[in-house]
Ligand binder design. Structure first.
Ligand SMILES: Nc1ncnc2c1ncn2[C@@H]1O[C@H](COP(=O)(O)OP(=O)(O)O)[C@@H](O)[C@H]1O
Ligand SMILES: [Mg+2]
Length: 283
C-alpha cells in the first residue's frame, strides 16, 4: 500500500484551508496513493508514510518530520519562502526590486535607526514599499508616500522583522502569478487590481496569461536556487524585464485553477508520484 500524509496547520479554523489538501488527496487516490489529511501534532512525527505534503509553515515540526520522510516541499525551502527577507537573500543575483532589511530591535522605547531610514529614503525613494518578512494575502504589505509615513510604519513594525523595497511603479496593481511544479511553470495568470497590491484576496482580478520564455526560465532558476518542488511565484513588470517579487511555497491553487482551467492538483500529484516511486503513474 502506498501511503502519504498531508499535513495542515494545528489550529486553523478556516474551512477553505481544507480545499487544497482534499484536492491533493483525491488526485493521489486516483494514482493509488492513500493520503491522510492530518493536523500538525506530536503524533504526526510518528506517522508511517512514504512522504508528506506539508501545507503548514511550522518550520520546527517540518524539520523533525523530514528526518523520517521525504517532504513536499522540503523544510528548508518552506522556511526560506515563509520569510521574505530570507527569500531575497537566497535569490542574490536574481532580478528583484532593490531591498533593505530592517534592523533587529528588542528595545521598544528606542527610535527607529536614523541611519536605516536615511539609507532607505536615499536609495529607494517614494513611494516606498514596506513589507513584513512574514505575511500573506497582501495584508502585511504597505506603501509609504513620504518620510512621515515611513517613520510611522517603521515605528509600528519595529519589533518585528520587515523590509524596505523599491516600489516598481510600472507594475502598480498588476503582476503575474506563476505556479511551478518541479521547476516548470504549469499555469500563470496576470492579476490586476485598483489597489497597489494585486492579490485576489484584496479585489485583484485574474486572467489567463501565457508565460513567456523569460518567465519560464526565471521561474526554473528560482525553483532550483531554493530547492522547490511546488510554488507560486509573484513577478513584477520592471522597466527592463520581469522581477521576482516573492515566492510562495504553499501557494493556494484554487483561484488560478478556476482562471486557467489547469488541474494543478493532478499535475503536482503526478510529479510527487514520480519523485517518490521513481516511475510515472500508470494513468
Ligand atoms: N516592490 C514592489 N513594487 C510594486 N508592487 C509590489 C512590490 N512588492 C509587492 N507589490 C505588490 O503587492 C502585492 C503583495 O506583495 P507580496 O510581496 O506578494 O506579499 P504577499 O505575500 O502578501 O502576497 C504583490 O502581488 C504586488 O502586486
Ligand atoms: Mg504575493
Amino acid at each position: 500500500m502506498k501511503r502519504a500524509i498531508i499535513v495542515i496547520n494545528a489550529y486553523t479554523k478556516r474551512g477553505s484551508e481544507l480545499n487544497q489538501p482534499r484536492r491533493l488527496q483525491e488526485e493521489l487516490a486516483s494514482l493509488g496513493v492513500e493520503a491522510e489529511i492530518v493536523r500538525n501534532s506530536p503524533a504526526v512525527l510518528r506517522a508511517e508514510a512514504d512522504f508528506a505534503i506539508y501545507l503548514d509553515k511550522d518550520k520546527y515540526a517540518a524539520r523533525a518530520l523530514e528526518r523520517r520522510m521525504r517532504m513536499f516541499n522540503s523544510a528548508a525551502a518552506i522556511e526560506t519562502c515563509d520569510d521574505k527577507m530570507l527569500t531575497h537573500l537566497a535569490l542574490a543575483g536574481f532580478p528583484m526590486p532593490e531591498t533593505i532589511s530592517s534592523l533587529l530591535c528588542y528595545t521598544p522605547e528606542a527610535a527607529t535607526s536614523a541611519d536605516l531610514l536615511g539609507e532607505a529614503e536615499a536609495r529607494l525613494g517614494y513611494p516606498m514599499i514596506v513589507k513584513e518578512n512574514f505575511g500573506s494575502l497582501g495584508a502585511q504589505v504597505y506603501l509609504a508616500e513620504d518620510r512621515r509615513e515611513l517613520e510611522e510604519l517603521s515605528e509600528r513594525l519595529k519589533l518585528r522583522p520587515y523590509l524596505y523595497q523599491k516600489f516598481i511603479a510600472e507594475s502598480r496593481g498588476r503582476d503575474v502569478r506563476a505556479i511551478c511544479v518541479g521547476g516548470d511553470v504549469v499555469c500563470a495568470m496576470k492579476r490586476t487590481s485598483p489597489d497597489f497590491r494585486s492579490n485576489l484576496s484584496l479585489g485583484g482580478k485574474g486572467e489567463i496569461f501565457e508565460p513567456t520564455e523569460e518567465i519560464r526560465s526565471l521561474c526554473a532558476r528560482v525553483c532550483a536556487a531554493i530547492g522547490l518542488d511546488y510554488c507560486g511565484i509573484d513577478l513584477l513588470f520592471g522597466k527592463e524585464g520581469m522581477l521576482v517579487c516573492e515566492v510562495n511555497s504553499n501557494a493556494f491553487f484554487g483561484g488560478i485553477e478556476a482562471v486557467t482551467g489547469v488541474n494543478v492538483a493532478a499535475t503536482y500529484a503526478r510529479y510527487i508520484f514520480h519523485e517518490v516511486y521513481g516511475s510515472a503513474p500508470r494513468k
